[in-house]
Design a protein around this ligand. Structure first.
Ligand code: HEM
Ligand SMILES: *[C@@H]1O[C@H](CO)[C@@H](O)[C@H](O)[C@H]1NC(C)=O
Ligand SMILES: *[C@@H]1O[C@H](CO)[C@@H](O)[C@H](O)[C@H]1NC(C)=O
Length: 336
């Protein structure tokens, strides 16, 4: 009478362990991992780094473009390379949102890297990982910190223009709006401030900030939080009419091609280019003290930037059997 009672729990336990192992092994497969391509494409990261370095050598602005591209990818449908998909006659892609077109740059660098990756290990390395590596390598190449990236992201096959406006913050946002926007992606206000430090490289078109120079509000043409002398300098480069639509103004006017902490010094001087930049120093004591800290301690900024970038680069990623490995980053794989 007692024998079957005893063996039943043992069998059950055995089954449970088997099921648990199954679940665990699937979870391991469906998580990002360091050196994900170690066995399947050993030189993947090295290849991306070489292409990115070459590109930045001929045009440092491309490094800024790639860092921004990764941000714009991750905030819209997660880091799934949806930002890289071209529009078709049937649908307008993220790429063609005004937030991306014409200002987002560096697509050809990803194309070049992906072409090499397909040549050495076809169908293995995702466009999403390629972009994540490229953003990391851009920061390092321009004098910033470097870090290890978990990989194994898979590519999405959906890209919709209107998603961009709904997810990416505009430069007109104030501190509270920015904080909410980043919180919706699982990033704290501190991480938002830290990641804004990316504006230490690259440039902006006049249209992204000229309202601060000429049409602030009905009674005050110029944003009072903008240093007046700096405003004059900006007005010369960005006249109200007949400005050069292709011109880029360095967002960190000191060292636009160097990934340092000067962006935060800019903010302490009233020289943040966007309202969304200056608000970090002007709107609130707490955020101002973080800005002050970063402006004085570059290693602290670097350390926190790396941590926040890793978090950003893992937003809503597809892994395991989700998504696909796009052959060409500009087009979704043909359905089969
Ligand atoms: C906090 C909210 C943010 C806002 C409102 C914002 C807005 C903008 C705008 C309006 C531009 C200039 C576009 C143009 O006119 O050419 C720009 C450029 C840039 N942004 Fe942001 N951004 C934000 C956060 C970030 C983050 C988190 C990153 C990366 C981690 C980033 C990286 C860049 C870079 C590198 C550029 C220069 C691009 C180039 O030179 O091609 N931004 N951003
Ligand atoms: C315009 O901005 C100034 C400076 O921030 C402010 O004092 C004023 O109240 C604003 N006026 C209107 C009409 O919003
Ligand atoms: C996108 O991928 C899903 C599965 O991952 C598939 O069912 C769907 O048909 C694909 N859509 C397009 C447009 O290729």
């Amino acid at each position: 009478m007692k024998q079957p009672r005893a063996s039943q729990p043992i069998m059950l336990t055995g089954m449970m362990i088997f099921v648990m192992l199954l679940v665990v092994s699937q979870q391991v497969q469906s998580q990002l991992q360091y050196d994900f391509y170690h066995k399947t494409c050993k030189s993947a990261e090295k290849t991306v780094r070489r292409i990115v370095r070459q590109a930045i050598h001929s045009n440092p602005g491309l490094g800024a473009g790639l860092l921004r591209m990764h941000f714009h990818d991750c905030f819209v449908r997660g880091c799934d390379a949806s930002v890289l998909i071209d529009s078709t006659s049937a649908s307008q892609a993220e790429k063609d949102s005004p937030a991306n077109n014409p200002s987002l740059r560096g697509f050809e660098v990803i194309d070049d890297a992906k072409a090499e990756l397909e040549a050495i290990c076809p169908g293995v390395v995702s466009c999403a990982d390629t972009l994540a590596f490229a953003a990391r390598d851009s920061v390092a190449t321009l004098g910033g910190p470097s870090w290890k990236i978990r990989s194994g992201r898979r590519d999405g096959n959906i890209s919709i223009k209107s998603d961009v406006f709904a997810n990416l913050p505009p430069p007109s946002f104030n501190l509270q709006q920015l904080t909410q926007n980043f919180q919706a992606k699982g990033l704290s206000q501190d991480e938002m401030i830290t990641l804004s430090g990316a504006h230490t490289i690259g440039g902006s078109h006049c249209t992204s900030f000229s309202n601060r120079l000429y049409t602030f509000n009905s009674t005050t043409p110029q944003d009072p939080t903008l240093d007046p002398q700096f405003a004059e300098h900006l007005k010369q480069q960005c006249p109200q009419t007949n400005f050069d639509p292709n011109l880029r103004i360095g967002m960190d006017s000191f060292t636009p091609d160097r990934f340092d902490n000067k962006y935060f010094t800019d903010l302490t001087l009233g020289q943040g280019l966007f309202k969304s930049d200056q608000t970090l120093f002007t709107d609130d004591k707490n955020s101002a003290s973080t800005v002050q800290l970063y402006s004085e301690h570059r290693p602290v900024f670097n350390y926190n930037f790396v941590k926040a970038m890793i978090k950003m680069s893992e937003i809503e990623v597809k892994t395991g059997l989700q998504g696909e490995i796009r052959r060409n980053c500009r087009v979704v794989n043909p359905a089969h």
